[in-house]
Design a protein around this ligand. Structure first.
Ligand SMILES: [Cu+2]
Length: 313
């Protein structure tokens, strides 16, 4: 079974994975056996009961109780096994152990935000300890997303105005990719994040020090890092290329036309407003798809981004 898993499935890196894979193989193997059996029967019967002469008459058979019960009861049993097995798996996935470490997850078009107990927020990077259950409490800021870590066999829809939750316990340190598994617009396929599974000590250190290096960093350098760390660069280039949003190159100090015809000069206030309330004024020629970073970025971080934008002439 392990060899089969390695061949067909992503590496199994959570405590839930083995059970999910066993069910997957059960469904797969039964389906293959049934497919082979049915194909064989069709071919065999078409040959056995082929028309042999001009006056061969098709016999009239209305029903056969034994046969009909057999082909109803066997699939019923198989389906009930899959149902029971799948349902327990689903309950397992949704009922986190009491001692779980909790992390808030926010899905936004098109990034994942992770809020930790210390108040630290990371974008597109989920940091977790190994061998400890982690419970994710998730919601969306806009449309439906779906949080999916194939290595952990964990997938759960993320909805606006409602919390959903999922948990997992990673069994080895390393990195695993996170996808959005619900089509959510243009850059859906860029809605990627990485899970970093640390040893317990490394995780504690990470929690304590996350973001603290920022304090001594030069604002421009920090701004540049924040643009990548917060996935601004999914939608904004720095070389003039038009992505989902306008390029940052030459943006600072320029005059921009809004959808309603208003002309705005890009200054501190406009950039700040664009980051915290992106839908207050929409730039002409673009869709209102930028997520709000209110609650994600601190004043100091916004200032750093402003300093960085100033350098992109
Ligand atoms: Cu999405």
């Amino acid at each position: 079974m392990n060899r089969l898993s390695e061949f067909m499935l992503p590496p199994a890196k959570s405590t839930l994975a083995a059970e999910t894979d066993a069910l997957f193989h059960f469904i797969n193997v039964t389906s293959i056996i049934l497919l082979a059996g049915i194909t064989f029967a069709i071919v065999y019967f078409s040959w056995k009961y082929r028309r042999r002469s001009e006056d061969d008459v098709t016999p009239v058979i209305t029903h056969n109780n034994k046969l009909e019960i057999t082909w109803s009861v066997i699939p019923l049993i198989l389906v009930m096994i899959v149902f029971g097995w799948g349902f327990t798996g689903y309950l397992n996935l949704t009922t986190a152990p009491d001692d779980s470490y909790e992390i808030r997850v926010v899905g936004k078009s098109w990034l994942w935000e992770f809020h930790y107990e210390t108040g630290h927020v990371s974008v597109n990077e989920l940091h977790v300890p190994v061998n400890r259950p982690v419970k994710l409490i998730m919601s969306s800021d806009d449309v439906l997303h779906s949080f999916y870590i194939p290595d952990f066999r964990v997938k759960m829809d993320v909805l606006p105005n409602r919390y959903t939750s999922v948990w997992f316990e990673a069994i080895e340190t390393g990195e695993s990719i996170i996808y959005c598994a619900e089509y959510c617009g243009n850059a859906h396929s860029n809605m990627l994040a990485t899970t970093y599974v640390h040893s317990v000590e490394d995780f504690e250190t990470w929690l304590e020090t996350a973001g603290s290096a920022d304090d001594d960093m030069d604002p421009v350098e920090l701004g540049e890092q924040l643009v990548t760390r917060n996935a601004c660069d999914t939608c904004h280039s720095t070389d003039g290329t038009r992505l989902q949003g306008p390029s940052f190159q030459g943006l600072w100090g320029s005059e921009r036309e809004m959808q309603d015809g208003e002309i705005v000069t890009v200054d501190e206030n406009y950039v700040r407003e664009s980051i915290l309330e992106p839908n207050a004024r929409i730039t002409a020629g673009f869709d209102p798809v930028m997520p709000s970073y209110s609650g994600t970025l601190s004043d100091r971080q916004i200032d750093a981004i402003i300093e960085y934008l100033k350098t992109l002439q």
